[in-house]
Design a protein around this ligand. Structure first.
Ligand code: BG6
Length: 476
């Protein structure tokens, strides 16, 4: 029997991770501290990081730091990559930790041990015919650059980042085709500590920091293409499909405004190469004057990204009506509860159709190839006595999202070329710094207190995803 073949030949099925959330070995191989290393585990993580009272240092007497050991991918990468290969991964999204290469971020020379480590990981992937996708910066700014330079509002970070990006691109441009510059760059609009290395600062500083990242990103794009014109280098934003709560025109206009700022602003700059008019007006109204150096706007215009990647976990509903005061929990964009949707245990509203809407919207607006660089369900898994997890809820979540991707390709003509579900192997969560919130196809025996063997076990979803990949998305 012939299989339905909607997903294009060569579609990049895979999984996604970030160095700080799974490598562990936080002081090994000459690595310096990053902002992730001083981020404590637990539900209060984000609130602590936002508060200026929280000292930017490790305090083991008071807090736990699950990232410090991660799931020890640093030492176990061969075993883990073999499991990814067994699932049939075509690509594996990982980040390089800046502080493994430049421990302080401003060192004169790169750390060869860090470069060698990533070279080993890349070679191991290639040995299994898995294409690496490398995020250059995923919540891993060296701590020194935050403490001594004040984070991304400081223009000096542009040059320091350029040096770091050049170093890894020069080293790996022959081996790695797919790159991304900044993970979820648009979280910076809200002043995210993870992306900007800043907290509680003015809108002026947040947007200056973003401008500096746009310039830095364009520099990386330029370097990548000069080294190897075949390289595909993309931007990466968090995208939450935005609804008006109802047909009240005021709510629809409010939705339009939210949508522009959160879902479009960074993509507009990085894909189209210029600040959109609504942003210029927003800057004007809010007395934001960017320090833009000569040549920077030309650089941004000339060196736009090759593709757009985005993370998609949930949608968001907008209402100005005070009666709709029930905020949806965990929603990064602060929307109200959508009565049509159910939420995960962490309050993230599950919306597969919203993913098709996102794909249509982004492809319609930009017309560039799309890469879904994150998607998935963070859940509490209950392994049986043999450490087997029957995670039908995860299969159900992913299946429904993949079905909508398929429709976007078949019915809407969207050019989608890659899908890397988040945390393909259990790892430390970003917003709450815990192991208990699991996304993986592979269970890691480790809890929030650090107990466990760290052995790896295939979940039910492992076999399911293997089948999805083997049939190129036909058998869901
Ligand atoms: C994205 C990040 O925001 O979502 C990842 O790029 C993160 O780093 C993922 O892990 C899921 O969020 P969380 O908080 O469940 O880990």
């Amino acid at each position: 029997t012939e299989l339905k073949a909607t997903f294009p030949k060569g579609f990049l099925w895979g999984g996604a991770t970030a160095a700080n959330q799974f490598e562990g070995a936080y002081l090994e191989g000459g690595k310096g501290l990053t902002i992730a290393d001083i981020s404590p585990g637990g539900k209060e993580r984000m609130a602590l990081l936002r508060s200026n009272d929280y000292p930017l240092e490790i305090n083991e007497a008071k807090y736990t730091y699950p990232n410090h050991v991660g799931i020890d991918f640093y030492h176990r990468y061969q075993e883990d990559i073999a499991l990814f290969a067994e699932m049939g991964f075509k690509t594996f999204r990982m980040s390089i930790s800046w502080a493994r290469i430049f421990p302080n971020g401003d060192d004169a020379e790169p750390n060869e041990a860090g470069l060698q480590y990533y070279e080993n990981v890349i070679d191991e992937l290639k040995k299994h015919n898995i294409e690496p996708t490398i995020t250059i910066s995923h919540y891993e700014t060296p701590l020194h650059l935050v403490k001594e330079y004040g984070g991304w509002k400081n223009r000096q970070l542009i040059d320091l980042f350029e040096k770091y990006a050049r170093t890894i691109l020069e080293r790996f441009h022959k081996k790695v085709t797919y790159w991304m510059t900044f993970n979820e760059i648009n979280t910076g609009i809200l002043g995210s500590f993870f992306t900007l290395g800043m907290r509680n600062e003015s809108l002026q500083n947040n947007f200056q920091a973003l401008h500096n990242q746009f310039v830095a990103s364009s520099k990386a794009v330029k370097i990548a293409h000069e080294l190897n014109p075949d390289i595909k280098i993309g931007c990466m934003s968090i995208y939450a499909t935005m609804y008006a709560y109802d047909s009240n025109p005021d709510n629809v206009m409010g939705m339009v405004e939210e949508n522009r700022m959160f879902n479009y602003f960074c993509n507009d700059v990085q894909v189209r190469g210029e600040y959109p008019t609504y942003a210029l007006k927003y800057f004007e109204r809010n007395n934001i004057t960017l320090d833009i150096q000569p040549g920077e706007l030309d650089l941004m215009k000339e060196h736009t990204v090759d593709y757009l990647s985005f993370s998609y976990y949930m949608s968001s509903a907008f209402s100005k009506n005070p009666e709709h005061s029930d905020k949806s929990q965990g929603n990064f964009f602060g929307g109200v509860k959508n009565p049509f949707l159910e939420a995960s245990e962490w309050g993230w509203e599950i919306d597969p159709v919203g993913l098709r809407i996102a794909l249509c919207d982004l492809y319609g607006r930009y017309g560039v190839p799309l890469y879904i660089s994150e998607n998935g369900l963070g859940a509490i898994d209950q392994p049986d006595a043999n450490f087997y997890v029957t995670d039908d809820y995860r299969i159900d979540y992913l299946r429904k999202h993949i079905e909508e991707m398929e429709k976007a390709i078949r019915l809407d003509g969207v050019d989608l070329f890659a899908y890397t579900p988040w945390g393909c192997i259990d790892l430390v969560s970003a917003s709450t710094g815990e192991m208990a919130k699991r996304y993986g196809f592979i269970y890691v025996d480790l809890d929030d207190e650090g107990n466990g063997t760290m052995n790896r076990y295939k979940k039910k979803s492992f076999d399911w995803y293997q089948q999805v990949i083997a049939t190129n998305g036909a058998n869901l």
